[in-house]
Design a protein around this ligand. Structure first.
Ligand code: GRG
Length: 294
């Protein structure tokens, strides 16, 4: 079963969409925004799977916290993700006019506007975390900043740019993926642990498991770039290969990349038992990651 079809996943997803639509820019949230930026920010926040915020909410519920308490953290994580996609699509980066099967942010609103929409989303994330209870806000902001910043996603993007056309081995590729995609997905777990006030040792276990899950997500993304149906994947197909990107199919071939994915999935299934989380829902998430087409 895919998480999209698990009743719990679906209800968290629809709760999240509701906060996004009605709460985020309301006076109740305290977030003020200029109308032209709001349109671009909404365009980029809506339309995705909302995989990361729902994962965060799932962990939080599993740790005995009401999903409503996760509203700020979930929106903060998705805001960072949305910013990263806007900047990733820019002409100076991946140069992609298509995202989620529709014009990417710069293709629709213009390049300078898209840079600013990305900046606004990144800063929004920390404004939201500033409204978390005082005893957890600082730790959560630090955790998200580390995942998104120079040692995490931005660092991974730079390594990826440097490796493009240069080749490299499995170790290099894993380092890129861990930082570029893994760190933010990992933060969905560690942020839930911090919000639930778990001890550091438990937060660390969650962080490690999240990193493994992030790696699995990206290996499947590499495979989908080669084999995915563009109508479902919503991105320009074969882009990574045409740009000379270092990917698992390039390194191991398609069959080898699928075997690697299955190995990572088996390891993750074994690790599930040692986590302070409900294993059944997470096991469905692993099924989804293997089968996803978008
Ligand atoms: C600071 C100039 C500047 C750029 C930053 C950090 C960065 C650019 C880009 C990172 C890009 C990135 C996160 C790439 C890989 C992530 C990935 C697999 C994205 C797709 O995620 P999904 O499938 O997307 O969850 P949806 O559409 O569902 O939200």
């Amino acid at each position: 079963m895919k998480p999209g079809f698990s009743a719990k996943w679906q209800s968290l997803q629809s709760g999240f969409s509701d906060w996004l639509r009605h709460w985020l820019f309301s006076t109740d949230s305290g977030v003020a925004v200029l109308p032209p930026l709001e349109e671009m920010m909404r365009y980029s926040l809506e339309g995705g799977k909302h995989f990361r915020p729902v994962l965060y909410l799932l962990c939080l519920e599993s740790l005995g916290q009401a999903a409503l308490h996760g509203r700020r953290g979930a929106l903060a994580i998705e805001a960072v993700h949305a910013y990263s996609l806007i900047h990733d699509d820019l002409p100076c980066m991946d140069d992609d006019d298509l995202r989620r099967g529709r014009p990417s942010c710069h293709a629709k609103f213009g390049e300078a506007q898209a840079v600013l929409a990305g900046d606004a989303l990144l800063t929004l994330a920390f404004e939201l975390l500033g409204g978390e209870p005082a005893e957890v806000a600082g730790g959560m902001a630090q955790e998200l900043a580390r995942a998104a910043g120079a040692a995490g996603m931005v660092g991974g993007q730079l390594l990826d740019l440097q490796a493009t056309g240069q080749g490299g081995g499995a170790q290099k590729l894993e380092e890129i993926h861990r930082r570029k995609t893994g760190a933010l997905i990992s933060s969905c777990f560690s942020l839930a642990g911090l919000r639930a006030r778990l001890p550091q040792s438990e937060v660390e276990k969650l962080r490690r498991f999240g990193l493994q899950l992030g790696l699995i997500f990206q290996v499947q993304d590499d495979i989908l770039d080669e084999t995915g149906d563009p109508a479902l994947h919503g991105k320009s197909p074969g882009k990574d290969r045409s740009q000379g990107k270092l990917t698992y199919p390039m390194l191991l071939g398609l069959a080898g990349a699928r075997e690697h994915l299955d190995r990572l999935l088996s390891e993750a299934r074994r690790e599930l038992a040692g986590l302070p989380l409900e294993a059944r829902e997470l096991s469905l998430v692993l099924d989804f990651l293997r089968e996803r087409q978008n």
